[in-house]
Design a protein around this ligand. Structure first.
Ligand code: FMN
Length: 188
């Protein structure tokens, strides 16, 4: 769409470790994004464990920040490892905090989901659990292409560069599809 404003995306990564393959995959997405798209990243590492008593006193600052980033973004990009066949607790905890009323910020947002894991399935089960949460949150996840980076320890070099050309191609294709999806459902 020539002359259209670029789609703004918030990347949310479910791994906190410095050498994370998922953080590296998110950096790859930033590298491969289509022209005009911007991808900001969320910091979920300082969000406390969810406690309804704490919420009753007000959202902690890192949660306020995440909620504002989600609300401001045209679309979301979840990048998640798989922990015990599901999404990591840190990601679920951040989603749980951000999802609380008022003004649930996820509602109506388009999203793409990708992930890297040590197993052959490349975080598939975590991604499907996340898709289940999208139903309740009224997020509209992109169906395809799916980006499942299996045996992640063999797909990145020592500097964290994704060396697998198939995965790089899929990430690029997914971001183009996310841009189209965001415009299609009228969020841009
Ligand atoms: C608590 C825990 C549970 C894990 N469970 C799975 C799993 O179910 N499937 C899988 O493929 N890998 C599993 N792994 C291995 C992760 O895929 C691997 O540590 C991966 O590198 C994590 O992503 P990161 O590099 O972005 O931190 C698990 C790792 C941890 C720490």
């Amino acid at each position: 769409m020539s002359g259209a404003k670029g789609v703004t995306v918030l990347g949310i990564c479910g791994s906190l470790r410095a050498g994370s393959f998922n953080k590296a995959a998110l950096r790859t997405a930033i590298e491969l994004k289509p022209p005009g798209m911007t991808i900001e990243t969320a910091d979920i590492g300082s969000i406390p464990l969810y406690d309804e008593d704490v919420r009753a006193l007000g959202f902690p600052p890192p949660v306020e920040k995440l909620r504002a980033q989600i609300a401001a973004a045209d679309a979301l990009l979840f990048v998640t490892p798989e922990y015990n066949y599901s999404m990591p607790g840190v990601l679920k905890n951040a989603i749980d905090w951000a999802s609380r009323p008022p003004d649930q910020p996820f509602a109506g947002k388009p999203a793409a989901i990708m992930g890297a894991a040590a197993g052959l399935a490349g975080s598939a089960r975590a991604q499907y659990d996340l898709r289940r949460s999208c139903v309740f949150l009224d997020i509209h996840p992109l169906n395809r292409p799916e980006v499942l980076i299996g045996q992640a320890q063999t797909k990145f070099d020592a500097s964290g560069r994704l060396t697998d050309d198939v995965a790089r191609g899929l990430i690029g294709d997914m971001l183009v599809a996310l841009e189209k999806w965001t415009r299609l459902i009228g969020r841009k």
